[in-house]
Design a protein around this ligand. Structure first.
Ligand code: NDP
Length: 257
């Protein structure tokens, strides 16, 4: 990834931060677009590349435009755009407010649209350019009370295919990663609110053929592969990185072997 300019939205923490660190370790210059300053972006890892933060609210077109101008002024272009920023709320459909529905759509789906709209001009003509959108296995199936999140991630998967078709002729690939259960703040609250945390972690692991939940580094490794020349013939795909969770059929506990 040496000499490559990589933009990661929501790169201050969680999966985004692991992607930032992985690309930087592989030698890229990484621009973190996030609401808040992650602070020690230069510290913590012995990386070959460079990391910096530029303020960004992916829901706001003015913010996205200013971000694009800043990246263009600082680096002249972009090779890889990772649309990772995302939010989730747990509500039944009757409890879901219009404001919360709209915010989920704005961050998870409008964000990748605005970022593609304003960063594609910086990616045109750069060999091996690609966009990676963060989808979810909840764009393919649903947990209860996740209607807005599931709808937004289904939209991300469809946007990915549409961008692959539109941008392929100008040399930009577009793929999505659909993570399963990854250990980040986004879903840690589910585990923390249960009195027997260890039991929940053990039960979660049992849902996965690989017998564990995911680590942000699992997603970062896939993002790096999708951005590499090794994935040069891969576009329009939704790559599930979920430890086999969606291929394991569930049984009542009493019937589990
Ligand atoms: P986290 O909540 O840990 O991190 C999300 C990051 O996005 C934060 O740094 C947050 O900033 C930033 N962000 C939120 N809103 C905006 C915005 N409007 N503009 C710019 N940045 C913003 O999430 P995860 O790392 O767990 O998730 C990352 C992505 O992966 C999301 O798209 C999520 O839907 C997806 N995903 C996650 C799964 C999981 O199990 N964790 C499973 C499947 C998909 P701040 O801290 O300032 O709020």
């Amino acid at each position: 990834m040496a000499d490559r300019i990589v933009v990661v939205t929501g790169g201050a923490r969680g999966i985004g931060r692991a992607i930032v660190d992985r690309f930087a370790a592989d030698g890229a210059t990484v621009v973190i677009g996030d609401l808040t300053d992650p602070g020690e972006v230069g510290a913590g890892l012995d990386v070959a590349g460079h990391r910096e933060w530029v303020p960004l609210d992916v829901t706001d077109e003015t913010s996205v435009l200013e971000f694009a101008q800043s990246v263009e002024a600082g680096h002249g272009g972009v090779d890889v755009l990772v649309n990772n920023a995302g939010i989730m709320a747990e509500r039944s459909i009757t409890e879901e407010s219009l404001a919360e529905w709209d915010l989920t759509m704005a961050v998870n789906l409008r964000g990748p649209f605005l970022m593609a709209k304003h960063l594609v001009p910086l990616m045109e003509g750069r060999e091996g350019a690609s966009i990676i959108n963060m989808g979810s296995i909840e764009g393919l199936a649903a947990n209860r009370h996740h209607a807005a999140y599931c709808a937004s991630k289904g939209g991300v998967h469809a946007l990915t295919r549409a961008l692959a078709v539109d941008l392929g002729p100008i040399g930009i690939r577009c793929n999505a990663i659909a993570p399963g259960w990854i250990d980040t703040d986004l879903n840690r609250s589910y585990i923390e609110r249960h009195p027997d945390r260890e039991q929940v972690v053990a039960d979660l692991a049992r849902l996965h053929p690989v017998a564990r939940i995911g680590d942000p580094a699992d997603i970062a490794a896939t993002a790096c592969w999708l951005a590499s020349a090794d994935a040069g013939f891969v576009t329009g795909q939704v790559i599930q990185v979920e430890g086999g969770r969606t291929v394991r059929l569930s049984l009542p506990t009493a019937l589990e072997p």
